[in-house]
Design a protein around this ligand. Structure first.
Ligand code: FAD
Ligand code: SF4
Ligand code: SF4
Length: 481
Protein backbone atom coordinates (compact mmCIF):
# COMPACT_ATOMS: atom_id res chain seq x y z
CA UNK A 1 0.00 0.00 0.00
CA UNK A 2 1.28 3.45 -0.91
CA UNK A 3 2.44 5.68 1.92
CA UNK A 4 -0.35 7.83 3.37
CA UNK A 5 1.52 10.97 2.35
CA UNK A 6 0.78 10.10 -1.26
CA UNK A 7 -2.40 9.97 -3.39
CA UNK A 8 -3.43 13.44 -2.23
CA UNK A 9 -4.68 14.44 -5.66
CA UNK A 10 -8.29 13.71 -4.68
CA UNK A 11 -8.32 16.25 -1.87
CA UNK A 12 -5.50 18.65 -2.74
CA UNK A 13 -5.82 20.75 -5.91
CA UNK A 14 -2.85 21.38 -8.18
CA UNK A 15 -0.89 24.47 -7.20
CA UNK A 16 2.11 25.93 -8.99
CA UNK A 17 4.55 28.10 -7.03
CA UNK A 18 3.27 31.70 -6.86
CA UNK A 19 3.50 33.46 -10.22
CA UNK A 20 4.35 37.15 -10.16
CA UNK A 21 1.62 39.47 -11.38
CA UNK A 22 1.85 40.23 -15.10
CA UNK A 23 1.78 44.01 -14.48
CA UNK A 24 4.87 43.71 -12.27
CA UNK A 25 6.87 41.08 -14.11
CA UNK A 26 6.57 42.80 -17.47
CA UNK A 27 8.84 45.56 -16.14
CA UNK A 28 11.81 43.31 -15.45
CA UNK A 29 13.59 40.20 -16.74
CA UNK A 30 13.45 38.20 -13.51
CA UNK A 31 11.96 34.70 -13.54
CA UNK A 32 8.20 34.78 -13.31
CA UNK A 33 7.68 32.02 -10.74
CA UNK A 34 8.69 32.43 -7.13
CA UNK A 35 10.28 29.45 -5.39
CA UNK A 36 8.10 26.74 -3.85
CA UNK A 37 8.28 26.82 -0.07
CA UNK A 38 9.08 23.40 1.39
CA UNK A 39 5.64 22.48 2.81
CA UNK A 40 3.96 23.37 -0.50
CA UNK A 41 6.49 21.34 -2.52
CA UNK A 42 6.06 18.35 -0.20
CA UNK A 43 2.28 18.59 -0.36
CA UNK A 44 2.24 18.90 -4.15
CA UNK A 45 4.63 15.93 -4.50
CA UNK A 46 2.17 13.99 -2.34
CA UNK A 47 -0.52 14.34 -5.02
CA UNK A 48 1.25 11.62 -7.04
CA UNK A 49 -0.66 8.35 -7.19
CA UNK A 50 2.55 6.25 -7.52
CA UNK A 51 1.46 4.58 -10.73
CA UNK A 52 2.63 1.05 -11.47
CA UNK A 53 3.34 2.17 -15.02
CA UNK A 54 4.38 5.83 -14.61
CA UNK A 55 3.59 7.53 -17.90
CA UNK A 56 5.32 10.67 -16.62
CA UNK A 57 8.61 8.75 -16.62
CA UNK A 58 7.92 7.11 -19.98
CA UNK A 59 7.46 10.56 -21.54
CA UNK A 60 10.47 12.18 -19.87
CA UNK A 61 13.35 12.04 -22.38
CA UNK A 62 15.71 11.26 -19.49
CA UNK A 63 13.45 8.55 -18.00
CA UNK A 64 13.71 10.35 -14.68
CA UNK A 65 12.56 8.23 -11.77
CA UNK A 66 9.78 10.72 -11.05
CA UNK A 67 7.47 8.67 -8.80
CA UNK A 68 10.31 7.76 -6.44
CA UNK A 69 11.68 11.28 -6.07
CA UNK A 70 8.16 12.63 -5.60
CA UNK A 71 7.59 10.14 -2.79
CA UNK A 72 10.89 11.04 -1.10
CA UNK A 73 9.99 14.73 -1.41
CA UNK A 74 6.55 14.16 0.10
CA UNK A 75 8.27 12.41 3.01
CA UNK A 76 10.61 15.39 3.51
CA UNK A 77 13.67 13.31 2.51
CA UNK A 78 14.90 16.06 0.23
CA UNK A 79 18.57 15.14 -0.06
CA UNK A 80 17.72 11.58 -1.10
CA UNK A 81 15.14 12.90 -3.54
CA UNK A 82 17.74 15.25 -5.02
CA UNK A 83 20.35 12.46 -5.31
CA UNK A 84 17.86 10.33 -7.22
CA UNK A 85 16.79 13.15 -9.50
CA UNK A 86 20.35 14.20 -10.40
CA UNK A 87 21.36 10.60 -11.12
CA UNK A 88 19.65 10.79 -14.52
CA UNK A 89 19.85 14.52 -15.24
CA UNK A 90 22.86 16.84 -15.43
CA UNK A 91 20.72 19.97 -15.04
CA UNK A 92 17.47 19.15 -13.22
CA UNK A 93 16.92 22.75 -12.15
CA UNK A 94 17.18 23.88 -15.79
CA UNK A 95 14.72 21.22 -17.01
CA UNK A 96 12.39 21.97 -14.10
CA UNK A 97 12.30 25.57 -15.33
CA UNK A 98 12.12 25.25 -19.10
CA UNK A 99 11.03 21.80 -20.25
CA UNK A 100 7.64 22.07 -21.95
CA UNK A 101 6.20 19.85 -19.21
CA UNK A 102 2.71 20.17 -20.66
CA UNK A 103 3.96 18.13 -23.66
CA UNK A 104 6.25 15.76 -21.71
CA UNK A 105 6.03 14.47 -18.14
CA UNK A 106 3.08 16.48 -16.82
CA UNK A 107 1.06 16.22 -20.02
CA UNK A 108 1.18 12.43 -19.58
CA UNK A 109 0.58 12.29 -15.84
CA UNK A 110 -2.37 9.92 -15.32
CA UNK A 111 -4.17 12.21 -12.91
CA UNK A 112 -4.09 14.98 -15.55
CA UNK A 113 -7.54 13.89 -16.72
CA UNK A 114 -9.91 15.25 -14.11
CA UNK A 115 -7.52 16.30 -11.35
CA UNK A 116 -4.73 18.31 -13.04
CA UNK A 117 -1.26 16.80 -13.21
CA UNK A 118 1.32 16.66 -10.46
CA UNK A 119 3.54 19.77 -10.80
CA UNK A 120 6.59 17.63 -11.60
CA UNK A 121 8.77 20.37 -13.12
CA UNK A 122 8.29 22.75 -10.20
CA UNK A 123 9.16 20.02 -7.70
CA UNK A 124 12.28 19.13 -9.71
CA UNK A 125 13.35 22.79 -9.70
CA UNK A 126 12.63 23.10 -5.98
CA UNK A 127 14.69 20.00 -5.17
CA UNK A 128 17.78 21.08 -7.08
CA UNK A 129 17.62 24.74 -6.02
CA UNK A 130 17.39 23.47 -2.44
CA UNK A 131 20.37 21.19 -3.08
CA UNK A 132 22.41 24.17 -4.31
CA UNK A 133 21.40 26.25 -1.27
CA UNK A 134 22.29 23.45 1.14
CA UNK A 135 25.63 22.65 -0.54
CA UNK A 136 24.61 19.15 -1.67
CA UNK A 137 25.64 19.78 -5.27
CA UNK A 138 29.29 18.76 -5.62
CA UNK A 139 31.68 18.56 -8.58
CA UNK A 140 31.80 15.01 -9.89
CA UNK A 141 35.48 14.21 -9.61
CA UNK A 142 36.78 10.98 -11.14
CA UNK A 143 38.03 8.17 -8.90
CA UNK A 144 41.04 7.71 -11.21
CA UNK A 145 42.44 9.40 -14.32
CA UNK A 146 42.22 7.21 -17.42
CA UNK A 147 44.99 8.96 -19.36
CA UNK A 148 42.90 9.70 -22.48
CA UNK A 149 41.60 13.05 -23.58
CA UNK A 150 38.37 14.04 -25.31
CA UNK A 151 37.36 17.22 -27.11
CA UNK A 152 33.82 18.57 -27.19
CA UNK A 153 32.81 21.19 -29.75
CA UNK A 154 29.98 23.28 -28.34
CA UNK A 155 29.28 24.35 -24.76
CA UNK A 156 25.47 24.10 -24.93
CA UNK A 157 23.50 21.63 -22.82
CA UNK A 158 24.42 18.68 -25.07
CA UNK A 159 28.15 19.37 -24.88
CA UNK A 160 28.03 20.15 -21.16
CA UNK A 161 26.16 16.95 -20.28
CA UNK A 162 28.73 14.93 -22.24
CA UNK A 163 31.57 16.86 -20.55
CA UNK A 164 30.31 16.15 -17.03
CA UNK A 165 29.73 12.45 -17.71
CA UNK A 166 33.12 11.95 -19.39
CA UNK A 167 35.04 13.87 -16.75
CA UNK A 168 33.40 11.81 -13.98
CA UNK A 169 34.64 8.67 -15.74
CA UNK A 170 38.24 9.96 -15.67
CA UNK A 171 38.88 11.52 -19.07
CA UNK A 172 40.68 14.79 -19.57
CA UNK A 173 37.88 16.92 -21.04
CA UNK A 174 38.32 20.01 -23.22
CA UNK A 175 35.29 22.01 -24.40
CA UNK A 176 35.65 24.41 -27.34
CA UNK A 177 33.08 27.13 -28.10
CA UNK A 178 32.95 30.11 -30.40
CA UNK A 179 31.05 32.18 -27.85
CA UNK A 180 32.72 34.00 -24.98
CA UNK A 181 30.41 32.44 -22.37
CA UNK A 182 29.54 28.83 -21.58
CA UNK A 183 25.93 27.63 -22.02
CA UNK A 184 25.00 27.92 -25.72
CA UNK A 185 21.33 28.80 -26.11
CA UNK A 186 20.85 28.62 -22.34
CA UNK A 187 22.84 31.88 -22.17
CA UNK A 188 22.29 33.70 -25.46
CA UNK A 189 18.95 32.31 -26.70
CA UNK A 190 16.60 31.67 -23.78
CA UNK A 191 15.65 34.87 -21.93
CA UNK A 192 16.31 35.50 -18.26
CA UNK A 193 12.61 35.50 -17.33
CA UNK A 194 12.55 31.76 -18.17
CA UNK A 195 16.05 30.89 -16.99
CA UNK A 196 18.16 33.25 -14.91
CA UNK A 197 21.76 33.27 -16.07
CA UNK A 198 23.34 32.56 -12.69
CA UNK A 199 21.55 29.20 -12.77
CA UNK A 200 23.70 28.36 -15.80
CA UNK A 201 26.77 30.08 -14.38
CA UNK A 202 26.89 27.93 -11.25
CA UNK A 203 26.77 24.78 -13.44
CA UNK A 204 29.76 26.12 -15.41
CA UNK A 205 31.66 26.75 -12.19
CA UNK A 206 30.86 23.20 -11.07
CA UNK A 207 32.27 21.72 -14.27
CA UNK A 208 35.41 23.82 -13.95
CA UNK A 209 35.80 22.62 -10.36
CA UNK A 210 35.55 19.03 -11.66
CA UNK A 211 38.47 19.78 -14.01
CA UNK A 212 36.71 20.38 -17.32
CA UNK A 213 38.82 22.82 -19.37
CA UNK A 214 36.95 25.43 -21.45
CA UNK A 215 38.45 27.06 -24.54
CA UNK A 216 36.18 29.99 -25.35
CA UNK A 217 36.17 32.19 -28.47
CA UNK A 218 37.38 29.22 -30.50
CA UNK A 219 35.39 28.86 -33.70
CA UNK A 220 36.05 25.34 -34.92
CA UNK A 221 36.37 25.34 -38.69
CA UNK A 222 37.43 28.99 -38.70
CA UNK A 223 40.00 29.58 -35.95
CA UNK A 224 40.85 25.92 -35.30
CA UNK A 225 40.44 23.00 -37.66
CA UNK A 226 38.58 19.79 -36.97
CA UNK A 227 41.63 17.82 -38.09
CA UNK A 228 43.79 19.55 -35.44
CA UNK A 229 41.26 18.59 -32.80
CA UNK A 230 41.18 15.00 -34.03
CA UNK A 231 44.95 14.83 -33.65
CA UNK A 232 44.85 16.49 -30.24
CA UNK A 233 42.22 14.21 -28.66
CA UNK A 234 41.39 10.51 -28.53
CA UNK A 235 37.76 11.19 -29.44
CA UNK A 236 35.45 14.14 -30.15
CA UNK A 237 31.81 15.11 -29.68
CA UNK A 238 30.23 17.58 -32.09
CA UNK A 239 27.48 19.46 -30.21
CA UNK A 240 27.29 22.69 -32.17
CA UNK A 241 23.52 23.21 -32.27
CA UNK A 242 21.63 24.76 -35.20
CA UNK A 243 21.96 28.47 -35.90
CA UNK A 244 21.10 29.24 -39.54
CA UNK A 245 17.87 31.23 -39.28
CA UNK A 246 15.15 30.30 -41.78
CA UNK A 247 14.20 33.31 -43.85
CA UNK A 248 11.05 34.52 -45.59
CA UNK A 249 11.41 35.67 -49.17
CA UNK A 250 8.85 38.49 -49.01
CA UNK A 251 8.90 42.02 -50.43
CA UNK A 252 10.60 44.34 -47.95
CA UNK A 253 12.47 41.56 -46.13
CA UNK A 254 15.72 43.61 -46.31
CA UNK A 255 14.25 46.81 -44.81
CA UNK A 256 15.84 48.25 -41.67
CA UNK A 257 13.91 46.95 -38.70
CA UNK A 258 13.31 43.43 -40.06
CA UNK A 259 15.52 41.21 -37.90
CA UNK A 260 16.12 37.52 -37.17
CA UNK A 261 14.89 36.29 -33.77
CA UNK A 262 18.22 35.12 -32.40
CA UNK A 263 19.91 38.44 -33.25
CA UNK A 264 17.20 40.20 -31.24
CA UNK A 265 17.33 37.76 -28.30
CA UNK A 266 21.12 37.61 -28.14
CA UNK A 267 21.33 41.42 -28.02
CA UNK A 268 18.81 41.44 -25.18
CA UNK A 269 20.58 38.67 -23.25
CA UNK A 270 23.99 40.27 -23.73
CA UNK A 271 22.64 43.63 -22.54
CA UNK A 272 21.17 41.91 -19.49
CA UNK A 273 24.57 40.38 -18.78
CA UNK A 274 26.16 43.84 -18.82
CA UNK A 275 27.76 43.78 -22.29
CA UNK A 276 27.76 46.92 -24.46
CA UNK A 277 25.75 45.97 -27.55
CA UNK A 278 26.03 48.73 -30.16
CA UNK A 279 22.86 47.77 -32.04
CA UNK A 280 20.88 47.74 -28.81
CA UNK A 281 22.28 51.10 -27.69
CA UNK A 282 21.47 52.61 -31.11
CA UNK A 283 17.88 51.38 -30.78
CA UNK A 284 18.03 49.06 -33.78
CA UNK A 285 17.49 45.97 -31.65
CA UNK A 286 15.54 47.61 -28.82
CA UNK A 287 11.73 47.32 -28.91
CA UNK A 288 11.18 50.31 -26.62
CA UNK A 289 8.31 52.54 -27.82
CA UNK A 290 7.90 50.48 -30.99
CA UNK A 291 5.06 48.56 -32.59
CA UNK A 292 6.51 45.06 -32.79
CA UNK A 293 5.36 42.18 -35.00
CA UNK A 294 6.76 38.70 -34.44
CA UNK A 295 6.25 36.10 -37.15
CA UNK A 296 6.18 32.47 -35.97
CA UNK A 297 4.57 30.25 -33.35
CA UNK A 298 7.37 28.29 -31.67
CA UNK A 299 9.29 28.73 -28.43
CA UNK A 300 11.58 31.28 -30.04
CA UNK A 301 8.63 33.43 -31.13
CA UNK A 302 7.20 33.28 -27.59
CA UNK A 303 10.52 34.44 -26.17
CA UNK A 304 10.65 37.34 -28.66
CA UNK A 305 7.15 38.63 -27.91
CA UNK A 306 7.72 38.50 -24.17
CA UNK A 307 11.16 40.14 -24.44
CA UNK A 308 9.68 42.95 -26.57
CA UNK A 309 7.00 43.58 -23.92
CA UNK A 310 9.69 43.85 -21.24
CA UNK A 311 11.71 46.29 -23.35
CA UNK A 312 8.69 48.63 -23.32
CA UNK A 313 7.16 48.08 -26.77
CA UNK A 314 4.04 50.13 -27.60
CA UNK A 315 2.33 47.00 -28.93
CA UNK A 316 3.36 43.42 -29.64
CA UNK A 317 1.54 41.21 -32.12
CA UNK A 318 2.35 37.62 -32.98
CA UNK A 319 1.33 36.41 -36.44
CA UNK A 320 1.00 32.65 -36.73
CA UNK A 321 -0.41 30.85 -39.75
CA UNK A 322 -2.17 28.07 -37.82
CA UNK A 323 -4.45 28.31 -34.78
CA UNK A 324 -3.73 28.12 -31.07
CA UNK A 325 -4.34 24.34 -30.93
CA UNK A 326 -1.86 23.71 -33.73
CA UNK A 327 1.02 25.91 -32.70
CA UNK A 328 4.39 24.26 -32.00
CA UNK A 329 5.21 26.36 -28.90
CA UNK A 330 4.12 25.53 -25.37
CA UNK A 331 0.56 26.62 -24.55
CA UNK A 332 1.78 27.57 -21.09
CA UNK A 333 4.05 30.14 -22.73
CA UNK A 334 1.15 31.53 -24.82
CA UNK A 335 -0.83 32.01 -21.63
CA UNK A 336 2.06 33.88 -19.99
CA UNK A 337 2.43 36.06 -23.09
CA UNK A 338 -1.29 36.88 -23.23
CA UNK A 339 -1.28 37.84 -19.56
CA UNK A 340 1.64 40.16 -20.30
CA UNK A 341 -0.28 41.98 -23.06
CA UNK A 342 0.81 40.22 -26.27
CA UNK A 343 -1.83 40.00 -28.98
CA UNK A 344 -1.93 36.76 -30.97
CA UNK A 345 -3.28 37.03 -34.49
CA UNK A 346 -3.97 33.34 -35.12
CA UNK A 347 -4.41 32.07 -38.67
CA UNK A 348 -2.51 34.89 -40.29
CA UNK A 349 0.64 35.10 -42.41
CA UNK A 350 2.75 38.04 -43.59
CA UNK A 351 2.65 38.99 -47.28
CA UNK A 352 5.02 41.96 -47.31
CA UNK A 353 7.07 44.20 -45.04
CA UNK A 354 6.14 47.78 -45.89
CA UNK A 355 8.26 50.93 -45.83
CA UNK A 356 10.84 52.88 -47.85
CA UNK A 357 14.09 52.40 -45.94
CA UNK A 358 12.80 51.32 -42.55
CA UNK A 359 9.79 49.18 -41.87
CA UNK A 360 6.51 50.98 -41.12
CA UNK A 361 4.00 48.14 -41.40
CA UNK A 362 3.32 44.51 -42.22
CA UNK A 363 0.72 43.46 -44.75
CA UNK A 364 -0.72 40.11 -43.74
CA UNK A 365 -3.51 37.80 -44.83
CA UNK A 366 -5.92 35.61 -42.91
CA UNK A 367 -5.50 31.86 -43.30
CA UNK A 368 -7.75 28.84 -42.82
CA UNK A 369 -6.79 25.24 -42.18
CA UNK A 370 -7.32 23.10 -45.25
CA UNK A 371 -6.90 19.39 -45.95
CA UNK A 372 -4.26 17.47 -43.97
CA UNK A 373 -0.85 17.26 -45.68
CA UNK A 374 1.43 14.19 -45.85
CA UNK A 375 2.37 14.68 -42.16
CA UNK A 376 -1.32 14.57 -41.18
CA UNK A 377 -1.36 18.26 -40.17
CA UNK A 378 -3.96 20.51 -41.75
CA UNK A 379 -2.15 22.76 -44.22
CA UNK A 380 -2.86 26.49 -43.82
CA UNK A 381 -4.14 28.27 -46.94
CA UNK A 382 -4.86 31.98 -47.52
CA UNK A 383 -8.41 33.33 -47.40
CA UNK A 384 -8.70 35.28 -50.62
CA UNK A 385 -9.33 39.02 -50.26
CA UNK A 386 -8.66 39.05 -46.51
CA UNK A 387 -5.43 41.10 -46.46
CA UNK A 388 -4.93 43.57 -43.64
CA UNK A 389 -2.11 45.88 -42.52
CA UNK A 390 -0.66 46.31 -39.05
CA UNK A 391 1.67 49.16 -38.04
CA UNK A 392 5.20 47.96 -37.33
CA UNK A 393 8.59 49.53 -36.44
CA UNK A 394 10.31 46.25 -35.63
CA UNK A 395 9.52 42.91 -37.30
CA UNK A 396 11.11 39.80 -35.85
CA UNK A 397 11.37 36.63 -37.94
CA UNK A 398 11.11 33.53 -35.76
CA UNK A 399 10.69 30.78 -38.32
CA UNK A 400 13.11 28.19 -37.02
CA UNK A 401 16.70 27.19 -37.57
CA UNK A 402 18.70 24.93 -39.86
CA UNK A 403 22.20 23.55 -39.38
CA UNK A 404 25.23 25.17 -40.92
CA UNK A 405 26.96 23.24 -43.67
CA UNK A 406 29.34 21.42 -41.33
CA UNK A 407 31.26 19.35 -43.91
CA UNK A 408 32.27 22.64 -45.59
CA UNK A 409 32.82 24.58 -42.35
CA UNK A 410 34.94 21.78 -40.91
CA UNK A 411 36.69 21.18 -44.24
CA UNK A 412 35.71 17.54 -43.85
CA UNK A 413 33.66 16.72 -46.96
CA UNK A 414 33.31 13.09 -45.91
CA UNK A 415 31.36 13.96 -42.72
CA UNK A 416 27.94 12.37 -43.30
CA UNK A 417 24.90 14.62 -43.08
CA UNK A 418 21.18 14.07 -43.66
CA UNK A 419 19.17 15.78 -46.39
CA UNK A 420 18.37 18.48 -43.81
CA UNK A 421 22.07 19.06 -43.12
CA UNK A 422 21.99 17.53 -39.62
CA UNK A 423 24.95 15.33 -38.73
CA UNK A 424 24.22 11.68 -39.40
CA UNK A 425 25.05 9.27 -36.58
CA UNK A 426 24.73 5.59 -35.92
CA UNK A 427 21.64 5.67 -33.71
CA UNK A 428 22.99 3.02 -31.35
CA UNK A 429 26.40 4.59 -30.74
CA UNK A 430 25.89 8.25 -31.75
CA UNK A 431 29.20 7.97 -33.67
CA UNK A 432 29.35 9.78 -37.00
CA UNK A 433 30.93 8.12 -40.01
CA UNK A 434 34.28 9.61 -38.86
CA UNK A 435 36.11 7.21 -36.56
CA UNK A 436 35.99 8.45 -32.93
CA UNK A 437 33.83 11.49 -33.72
CA UNK A 438 30.43 11.45 -32.00
CA UNK A 439 27.59 13.98 -32.23
CA UNK A 440 24.78 15.09 -29.91
CA UNK A 441 21.94 17.56 -29.49
CA UNK A 442 20.33 19.86 -32.04
CA UNK A 443 23.04 19.28 -34.64
CA UNK A 444 21.78 15.67 -34.86
CA UNK A 445 18.04 16.16 -34.20
CA UNK A 446 17.46 19.58 -35.72
CA UNK A 447 16.08 22.33 -33.43
CA UNK A 448 14.75 20.44 -30.41
CA UNK A 449 14.77 20.76 -26.63
CA UNK A 450 17.31 21.15 -23.85
CA UNK A 451 16.23 17.89 -22.24
CA UNK A 452 16.87 15.98 -25.49
CA UNK A 453 20.30 17.59 -25.85
CA UNK A 454 21.14 16.44 -22.31
CA UNK A 455 19.94 12.94 -23.12
CA UNK A 456 22.07 12.84 -26.26
CA UNK A 457 25.11 14.21 -24.44
CA UNK A 458 24.80 11.46 -21.84
CA UNK A 459 24.29 8.76 -24.45
CA UNK A 460 27.24 9.99 -26.53
CA UNK A 461 29.43 9.98 -23.41
CA UNK A 462 28.44 6.42 -22.54
CA UNK A 463 29.07 5.21 -26.05
CA UNK A 464 32.38 7.08 -26.34
CA UNK A 465 33.49 5.51 -23.06
CA UNK A 466 32.88 2.01 -24.48
CA UNK A 467 34.75 3.01 -27.66
CA UNK A 468 37.74 4.45 -25.78
CA UNK A 469 37.98 1.52 -23.35
CA UNK A 470 38.08 -0.84 -26.33
CA UNK A 471 40.72 1.37 -27.99
CA UNK A 472 42.85 1.40 -24.82
CA UNK A 473 42.57 -2.40 -24.44
CA UNK A 474 43.57 -2.91 -28.08
CA UNK A 475 46.59 -0.63 -27.58
CA UNK A 476 47.62 -2.57 -24.45
CA UNK A 477 47.24 -5.87 -26.26
CA UNK A 478 49.26 -4.51 -29.20
CA UNK A 479 52.05 -3.35 -26.85
CA UNK A 480 52.14 -6.74 -25.10
CA UNK A 481 52.60 -8.67 -28.36
P1 FAD B 1 23.26 24.82 -28.34
O1 FAD B 1 22.59 25.14 -27.06
O2 FAD B 1 22.85 25.60 -29.52
O3 FAD B 1 24.82 24.97 -28.12
C1 FAD B 1 25.71 24.82 -29.19
C2 FAD B 1 27.01 25.52 -28.85
O4 FAD B 1 27.93 25.23 -29.89
C3 FAD B 1 26.89 27.03 -28.78
O5 FAD B 1 27.46 27.51 -27.58
C4 FAD B 1 27.67 27.53 -30.00
O6 FAD B 1 28.34 28.75 -29.78
C5 FAD B 1 28.67 26.41 -30.19
N1 FAD B 1 29.17 26.31 -31.56
C6 FAD B 1 28.45 26.25 -32.70
N2 FAD B 1 29.26 26.13 -33.76
C7 FAD B 1 30.53 26.12 -33.28
C8 FAD B 1 31.80 26.03 -33.88
N3 FAD B 1 31.96 25.92 -35.20
N4 FAD B 1 32.90 26.06 -33.07
C9 FAD B 1 32.77 26.19 -31.73
N5 FAD B 1 31.58 26.27 -31.11
C10 FAD B 1 30.47 26.23 -31.88
N6 FAD B 1 14.35 24.24 -25.29
C11 FAD B 1 13.67 23.88 -24.19
O7 FAD B 1 13.76 22.73 -23.76
N7 FAD B 1 12.87 24.79 -23.54
C12 FAD B 1 12.77 26.08 -23.93
O8 FAD B 1 12.06 26.86 -23.32
C13 FAD B 1 13.51 26.48 -25.06
N8 FAD B 1 13.48 27.77 -25.48
C14 FAD B 1 14.24 28.13 -26.55
C15 FAD B 1 14.25 29.47 -26.90
C16 FAD B 1 15.02 29.89 -27.97
C17 FAD B 1 15.04 31.32 -28.33
C18 FAD B 1 15.78 28.94 -28.72
C19 FAD B 1 16.57 29.39 -29.90
C20 FAD B 1 15.77 27.61 -28.36
C21 FAD B 1 15.01 27.20 -27.26
N9 FAD B 1 15.00 25.88 -26.85
C22 FAD B 1 14.30 25.51 -25.73
C23 FAD B 1 15.80 24.86 -27.55
C24 FAD B 1 17.12 24.57 -26.82
O9 FAD B 1 17.73 25.77 -26.44
C25 FAD B 1 18.04 23.73 -27.70
O10 FAD B 1 17.36 22.58 -28.10
C26 FAD B 1 19.31 23.31 -26.94
O11 FAD B 1 20.00 24.43 -26.43
C27 FAD B 1 20.23 22.49 -27.85
O12 FAD B 1 21.41 22.22 -27.18
P2 FAD B 1 22.77 21.95 -27.97
O13 FAD B 1 23.80 21.71 -26.92
O14 FAD B 1 22.54 20.92 -29.00
O15 FAD B 1 23.08 23.30 -28.77
FE1 SF4 C 1 9.69 16.59 -16.86
FE2 SF4 C 1 11.72 17.62 -18.20
FE3 SF4 C 1 12.03 17.00 -15.67
FE4 SF4 C 1 11.77 15.07 -17.48
S1 SF4 C 1 13.46 16.52 -17.30
S2 SF4 C 1 10.78 15.18 -15.47
S3 SF4 C 1 10.35 16.02 -18.93
S4 SF4 C 1 10.66 18.56 -16.46
FE1 SF4 D 1 2.67 10.25 -10.22
FE2 SF4 D 1 1.50 11.32 -12.41
FE3 SF4 D 1 3.76 9.97 -12.62
FE4 SF4 D 1 1.53 8.66 -12.02
S1 SF4 D 1 1.98 9.70 -13.94
S2 SF4 D 1 3.57 8.37 -11.09
S3 SF4 D 1 0.50 10.21 -10.76
S4 SF4 D 1 3.46 11.89 -11.50
Amino acid sequence: MADNRMLKFVTLPQAMPPKRQAETRVHDFDEIYEAFVQPAAEAQAGRCSQCGVPFCQVHCPLSNNIPDWLKLTAEGRLQEAYELSQATNNMPEVCGRICPQDRLCEGNCVIEKGFDSVTIGSVEKFLTDTAWDKGWVKPRLPKAELGQSVGIIGAGPGGLAAAEQLRAKGYEVHVYDRYDRVGGLLIYGIPNFKLEKDVVGRRTALLKAAGVVFHMDVDVGRTLSLSTLRERHDALVIATGVYKARDIALPGARLDGVVPALTFLTASNRTGLGDQVAEFASGALDAKDKHVVVVGGGDTAMDCVRTAMRQGAKSVKCLYRRDRENMPGSLREVKHAEEEGVEFVWLSAPQAFLGKRSITGVRAIHMRLGAPDSSGRQAPEPVEGSSFTVPCDLAIKALGFDPEDLPTLFDEPSLGVSKWGTVRVDHKTLMTNLEGVFAAGDIVRGASLVVWAIRDGRDAAESMHAYLRAKASAQLAGAAE
